[in-house]
Design a binder for this molecule. Structure first.
Ligand code: FES
Ligand code: FES
Length: 166
């Protein structure tokens, strides 16, 4: 089948997609977007998390056909050109990336959390990231990164608000 959908704001088509193929496979192998990682392929690790119509989803569990006509945003689509999103910057600065396999999913999930809850408590961060497994970091630096990203986004919003009222 031919799949037509939007990825990171751009229309895309993929031909000869078979019905059981996952969205993750289409993104990585057909569209050349390797950011989303394939670690378990069973919906258990969260490393393949992407936005599907604005909601985080494990792309290994989404059949390609289910993405028809929909909007996908991958970790590649979080940055604004060369400018990384605050969440991406915070993960780098806090040292929350080791092997990096879990990182793309954590970035998308954290991005979503901070859109919904700009100042999450530690319990809310843990709950939101509970489906994203990391075998390297012990999670403390990930917590630091999320807190840092939340502070940065809050500061940025305040300064944008001040400029709008100036
Ligand atoms: S690769 Fe999709 S949840 Fe692990
Ligand atoms: S940095 Fe290696 S799995 Fe998280």
């Amino acid at each position: 089948m031919r799949l037509k959908f939007t990825v990171n704001g751009q229309p895309h088509e993929a031909d000869d997609v078979w019905e059981g193929e996952s969205l993750l496979y289409v993104l990585r192998e057909r569209l050349g977007l390797p950011g989303s990682k394939n670690a378990c392929e069973q919906g258990e690790c969260g490393s393949c998390t992407v936005y599907l119509d604005g909601v985080p989803a494990c792309s290994c569990l989404v059949a390609a056909g289910q993405a028809e006509g929909r909007e996908v945003r991958t970790v590649e689509g979080l940055a604004d050109g060369e400018k990384l999103d605050e969440v991406q910057e915070a993960f780098v600065e806090a040292g929350a990336v080791q092997c990096g396999f879990c990182t793309p999913g954590l970035l998308v999930q954290t991005h979503d959390l901070l859109e919904r809850k700009p100042n999450p408590s530690d319990a809310e961060i843990r709950e939101s990231l509970a489906g994203n497994l990391c075998r390297c970091t012990g999670y403390e630096k990930i917590m630091d990164a999320v807190r840092l990203a939340a502070r940065r986004k809050t500061t940025q919003r305040k300064s944008a608000g001040r400029k709008a009222h100036a």
